[in-house]
Design a protein around this ligand. Sequence first.
Ligand code: KG4
Ligand code: ZN
Length: 322
Amino acid sequence: MKILGIETSCDETAAAVVEDGVKVLSNVVASSAAMHEKYGGIVPEVAAREQLRCIIPTINEALGSEYDAIAVTVGPGLIGSLLVGVETAKTLCMVTGKPLIPVNHVLAHMYANFVDNKKIIFPAISLVVSGGHTELYLMKSVKDITWLGGTLDDAAGEAFDKTARLLGFGSRGGLAIQKNAKKSDVIHLPRPMMRDDSLNFSFSGLKTAVMREWKKHNTSDVKASPTSEVKSAFAYEIQEAITDVLVEKTNRAARKYNVKSILLSGGVAANTRLREKLPQAIVPPVSLCTDNAVYIASYAYFRGKPEDWHTITSVPDLSVEI
Ligand code: KG4
Ligand code: ZN
């Protein structure tokens, strides 16, 4: 079965056609990330307008082949962005008569691991780490998912992004932190909640800790010297702190549920240090970690259910705790 996936939950407009959840027939992603750079973060109104401008050309480019069903992200995400994908998908269903499958964006992220026929042995622990989410799931089969824990405040990607901005590395700065990190023992940051028994996370204190450390090590403006040794030391320690906690909690969950596989997904799963520290984990290619429509179509194939398009709506705060 060939499924057309449509993804517009944030600042990427994406469409893809995937056969039987594993074979990518097309994959198109347009991003408005660069437009938000000057504002220091995503501006929802700008993101929504860019979604509207890009959605038809993006779907058109992805539609090289026939398809049997349509899958669309209905949440969680920015309401203005979600509406563009959802209403476009409903219109397509209305005119083609094909079934429409609503998709939860965060659950879908983990299906990037199933693309290209990777053989996953269950049970598995799945860590979804993106700009908006840090969630741990137990997967007993390709359909059977249980939420185990998540962040109590900021997501791991958000912690990368907020601290990157403090250091003057731009707005979506996870990759910049990775590129600038140089091993050093100068800066020391906390590992929040690493030793507690739960499978929850907390990353909001990291930004404050970075500010506090910065004052100790530098009296000038944080943004003054973007290439300094101190900045590289900060980038290193920020990356170590975030990945240490992610790795510890993921391994703890893996032991607790005696699993056979560990899966990573989401934008932060692109991080090379995180991959290094979890060498046993199954990871998608970097291009399928950040937002795209391939995993939307894959999720729909493995776990989605068609619904009457009249009743499908955008749900910005769609729950990820299942
Ligand atoms: O999954 P994603 O594209 O969008 C959301 O659903 O949120 O994730 C984006 C997040 C951003 O916070 C970005 O800084 C982070 O993924 N990210 C990285 C890397 N590449 C992207 N974080 C750390 N290291 C990277 N290489
Ligand atoms: Zn995402």
